[in-house]
Write a protein of this length. Structure first.
Length: 105
């Protein structure tokens, strides 16, 4: 397995890198470095271990929050003419979303 050198909070680390995963690993290193630097720069926490734990908690919270976020909004309604919506299309989209729960019309 390939190894890459990465710097986080001014300290170098040798990290094992999966095949074709270098770009993703470097992106992850950048995220961790930014998060840890932000906590350190806030000035309230000085110990690296505490900064690392707080960073891990922040990133885990963001990941959990993203998993529980509402689904993205569907594509915008179809516009028939300037300023007018295709009401039939909207009704079909709502009916498709409701599925067997019932139809609007």
């Amino acid at each position: 397995m390939k190894q890459i050198e990465a710097t986080i909070l001014g300290q170098s680390y040798m990290l094992a890198c999966p095949p074709d995963g270098e770009a993703l690993l470097r992106e992850a290193v950048g995220i961790v470095d930014r998060e840890m630097s932000a906590i350190r720069d806030a000035g309230k926490v000085k110990a690296r271990e505490r900064i690392a734990v707080l960073t891990a908690l922040n990133l885990a919270y963001q990941r959990a929050e993203a998993r529980h976020a509402p689904a993205p909004v569907a594509a915008p309604a179809v516009v028939v003419e300037a300023g007018e919506l295709d009401v039939e299309h909207l009704i079909r989209r709502i009916d498709d979303t409701l599925g067997s729960d019932g139809h609007l019309l």
